[in-house]
Design a protein around this ligand. Structure first.
Ligand code: ADP
Ligand code: MG
Length: 232
């Protein structure tokens, strides 16, 4: 009886995820199909053809982003954690995300201690989590004239504390209360899974997330992890 119920729940979740995935991938596919038809009808109108190809490429890129986000939530989170220097990770992530920030006209700054800040985490998952938060922060600032995202890493007692601060659009109380719930998004082209994945991964790694936001002023996410002091 219980197993049947659990199986039913699983099937309902799978159908829900499949339906959303189909819905999200179908939109860009429909756009690509439409623009390819237009190209076929007027292949000699070169400026138009070029414009349509650019749109098609953007839509294909969006499809790839959707698929990779779905893939990341469908993979079970690893229980095997290793000692990681968060300070070094953040510097690497800065380099990875710098082109994205620059492309959106947003300054990306890192303030981290020179000394290692050791935590127990899965390296791939922590990278994905940082990318998701920074991406959101940059997107939140992308319309401001002087957008700025700051990653501030500090230690307090036995905690490693990472603040991801932006001066972007901010959030209302209601939006903040919905953060991390599946498919919550205020973006027209978001994949809507970044924070669902990140909140879950941080929780499994023994960390905590807090958020502070004021509409039109900006947002600060504060992620804390217990530090690991012992040698391996
Ligand atoms: P997506 O980015 O695809 O919309 P996420 O799960 O990454 O999905 O984020 C969910 C929602 O949380 C966003 O659509 C946005 O409304 C809100 N959000 C997250 N980070 C920020 C931020 N730094 N500033 C303002 N809103 C944010
Ligand atoms: Mg996102």
């Amino acid at each position: 009886m219980f197993i049947r119920h659990a199986q039913n729940e699983k099937i309902t979740t799978i159908s829900h995820v499949a339906a959303s995935l189909v819905h999200e991938v179908r939109n860009p596919l429909t756009a690509v199909k439409g623009f390819l038809k237009l190209i076929k009808e007027a292949p000699d109108d070169l400026p138009k053809v070029e414009q349509y190809i650019t749109i098609c490429l953007d839509e294909v890129k969006r499809t790839e982003a959707i698929l990779s986000d779905y893939l990341s939530i469908s993979k079970p989170l690893s229980e095997r954690h290793e000692r990681i220097d968060l300070s070094a990770q953040i510097t690497t992530i800065h380099d990875v995300m710098f082109p994205f920030a620059t492309m959106n006209n947003v300054e990306l700054e890192v303030q981290a201690p020179q000394t290692p800040v050791l935590i127990m985490a899965n390296p791939d998952e922590i990278k994905q989590v940082l990318v998701n938060f920074i991406k959101n922060a940059v997107e939140a600032c992308s319309h401001s004239a002087q957008g700025k995202v700051t990653l501030l890493l500090k230690t307090e007692e036995s905690q490693a504390i990472l603040e991801i601060k932006d001066n972007g659009i901010g959030m209302s109380e209601k939006e903040m209360s919905r953060l991390g719930s599946i498919y919550f998004s205020t973006k027209s082209s978001g994949t809507r899974l970044g924070l669902t994945y990140s909140y879950n991964a941080i929780h499994v790694m023994g960390g905590k997330v807090a958020v502070n936001s004021i509409p039109r002023i900006g947002t600060t996410f504060t992620i804390s992890f217990p530090m690991k002091f012992e040698s391996p």
